[in-house]
Design a protein around this ligand. Structure first.
Ligand code: GDP
Length: 206
């Protein structure tokens, strides 16, 4: 017997229930590694916070992560007991010293490598500037640590339909050989692709 697919409105309610639980500077400070979680990564300014807010239908949820002092932390949002969304520190932030960047990079990699409840990674890229060097590092880790990856090409509303489709095809082609990796267009502003993205995450978390 196959499980019935819940209606879109139930999936929407599920994500709307997300609430901030805690921050961690490193793996050892994360909540118990039980259940399932899905993490969001992306370059600073790519649109990661806007994507999380749109997916959860909560305007301020990911602002928690932008509170000074929390930007370099891994932030956990509980959906249900043992099901979590995780906001990873934005990478490539220009004003940060190299030594600090290397330290975040180390914690980020350890999280991706060791976290057994991590069921997949959402990689947020600005559709106009996809596959920047840090994104490629993330994709290498995804492969190395055998994770699922869903790429959101966000700010799709900033391109004409044809140009957005072209960008989607370019990225699809680039990750063609990457196992367990999918790509879609997304717009936090207009809502394009929101239901499709929620469906992917819902499936990962169940
Ligand atoms: P983060 O640093 O990756 O969390 O990026 P933010 O979510 O803060 O977004 C960076 C900037 O891009 C902000 O000015 C957002 O309003 C804008 N932005 C984010 N997503 C979209 C989108 O889908 N469409 C448009 N037009 N702007 C967006």
């Amino acid at each position: 017997m196959t499980d019935a697919v819940p209606p879109v409105s139930d999936i929407q309610k599920y994500f709307a229930s997300a609430s901030f639980t805690q921050s961690a500077a490193k793996l050892a400070q994360c909540p118990l590694d039980e259940g399932l979680e899905t993490a969001f990564a992306g370059r600073s300014n790519a649109g990661k916070s806007s994507a999380i807010n749109r997916l959860t239908g909560q305007k301020k949820l990911a602002r928690t992560s932008k509170t000074p002092g929390r930007t370099q932390l891994i932030n956990f949002f509980m959906l249900k007991d043992q099901q979590r969304l995780v906001d990873l520190p934005g990478y490539g932030y220009a004003k940060v010293a190299i030594s600090k960047k290397l330290e975040w990079q180390k914690h980020l990699e350890q999280y991706l490598e060791k976290r057994t409840s991590l069921t997949g990674l959402v990689l947020v890229m600005d559709v106009r500037h996809p596959l920047q060097p840090y994104d490629t590092i993330m994709l290498d880790w995804v492969k190395q640590y055998d994770l699922r990856c869903h790429i959101l090409l966000t700010k799709a509303d900033k391109l004409k339909r044809g140009a957005a489709k072209q960008a989607l095809m370019t990225v699809e082609k680039a990750v063609n050989r990457q196992p367990n990796t999918s790509v879609q267009l997304f717009s936090a502003t207009k809502g394009d692709g929101v239901d499709a993205a929620r469906q992917v995450l819902f499936d990962w978390l169940h």
